[in-house]
Write a new protein. Structure first.
Length: 146
């Protein structure tokens, strides 16, 4: 009995990397800024070992979400054309993407902005600038993947 518990605990530890579940994840990053998209992708790929899909606009992100069905979406708030909140509403209208958890990524830290984002129904709001080494654990914590 004790050996079985020890084996289970060891297996659980083997499936975690730095507090991040080693379960393969697929994340869609929707951000119009190339640098932010690339740094976030590099972080999620190298630190967590996750697969990353990228989109540079809200419309492209909606299409890629329906095509790839990611485990989660990291969505920029301020984008030209379809901004983050409009993109989020479009994702929720589509039955294929309605259940995908969305985390907003924003530089806006004003209290009223935070309340407005929380009222949308997103899983979490993450702030720019972010620490690339901490981004995977922030996502995992917000989504209960630890």
């Amino acid at each position: 009995m004790v050996n079985g518990a020890v084996d289970n605990a060891a297996a659980a530890l083997d499936n975690k990397v730095g507090g991040i579940s080693a379960v393969p994840r697929k994340i869609l990053i929707i951000d119009d800024e190339d640098d932010i998209r690339e740094v976030a992708a590099l972080s999620l790929e190298t630190v967590a070992g996750w697969e990353v899909i990228k989109a540079s606009s809200g419309a492209q992100g909606v299409a890629r979400a329906a095509e790839h069905r990611p485990d989660a979406i990291l969505l920029d708030v301020m984008m030209p054309g379809m901004d983050g909140p409009a993109t989020f509403r479009e994702l929720r209208r589509n039955p294929d993407t309605a259940g995908i958890p969305v985390l907003l990524l924003t530089a806006k830290v004003q209290g009223n902005d935070q309340r407005r984002f929380a009222d949308l129904g997103v899983e979490a709001v993450l702030f720019k600038p972010f620490d690339p080494l901490m981004l995977p654990s922030q996502i995992s914590d917000a989504l209960g993947w630890n």
